[in-house]
Design a protein around this ligand. Structure first.
Ligand SMILES: [Zn+2]
Ligand SMILES: [Zn+2]
Length: 269
């Protein structure tokens, strides 16, 4: 499908809640709903979308900043939820009342599912959660790769992200700020571990390795309030990516930052 368009928008991003919106043709989905259902609806309204039109919510993992609004979105709007078995079990346990089982679809990592105009591929990530995954989402020849909440990336990760036209990636912390910052020592170690989060530098490195001339947009997500700030994440990743693009003789992608609380513009690839 030449001429296909895939739209995406981050409704919110960070430890206070993550929600990514994607649309192609008639199919709109969310990846994660870590905000209250009310906030998800407000975000959707701001971009001219309605929760009634959302065909599914794909969930990456069971941390509350990714699942908080999921049970209410299921009950109130009948939105089906797609996740790995471990994540589905945790979502079910996270709510006091029983959730509608018929709205829960189990995903197997590396097995793509097709939903209307979108193809969604779950792939494993290294993070301290039950059965966590990230996704690549394709529409025709357009592809968005996401990689948030991962302590490290491997050739397997890069293989999944390869060929993306847009990346939604975590630039969680500046390593010095993390180590010098206010967190308890054990928490610092957890964030810095292979099961934690990617630093700005690691994010830049990951993007550089998968970048081709086809990559137009990089959205930085899940930026820590305590151990990072937007400008620093932006400058660090941009510099690494620009340098790599120059070396390879390709155009550097545009780097943008996802806001913690507000929807970004709706980007098209
Ligand atoms: Zn998170
Ligand atoms: Zn997490």
């Amino acid at each position: 499908m030449k001429g296909s368009v895939l739209k995406f928008c981050s409704l919110a991003s960070g430890s206070s809640g993550n929600c990514l919106y994607l649309k192609a043709g008639d199919t709109a989905i969310l990846v994660d709903a870590g905000l209250s259902c009310k906030k998800v609806c407000e975000g959707l309204e701001e971009i001219g979308e309605s929760p009634c039109k959302i065909k599914a919510c794909f969930v990456t993992h069971d941390h509350s900043d990714h699942i908080k609004g999921v049970p209410t979105l299921m009950r109130k709007f009948g939105i089906p939820v797609y996740a790995t078995r471990g994540t589905l079990t945790s979502i079910a346990l996270s709510d006091k009342r029983e959730l509608p089982r018929e709205l829960m679809y189990e995903l197997v990592p590396d097995m793509e599912v097709t939903l209307g105009d979108l193809n969604v591929m779950p792939f494993r990530i290294s993070h301290d959660a039950a059965d966590p995954v990230c996704y690549t989402i394709r529409h025709g020849d357009r592809k968005l790769g996401m990689a948030t909440d991962l302590g490290e990336f491997t050739d397997y990760t890069l293989g999944h992200l390869a060929g993306s036209n847009a990346l939604y990636v975590e630039a969680n912390h500046n390593k010095n700020m993390l180590m010098m910052g206010p967190y308890p020592y054990q928490l610092k170690l957890r964030i810095d571990s292979p099961l934690g989060h990617l630093s700005n530098e690691a994010c830049g490195d990951m993007v550089s390795r998968v970048m081709t001339g086809e990559l137009s947009t990089v959205m930085l997500a899940h930026i820590s309030v305590d151990n990072n700030f937007e400008e620093l994440a932006y400058q660090t990743v941009s510099q690494i990516v620009k340098e790599a693009a120059r070396e390879r003789g390709i155009d550097a992608p545009t780097v943008v930052v996802a806001d913690r609380f507000k929807p970004t513009a709706v980007f098209e690839i």
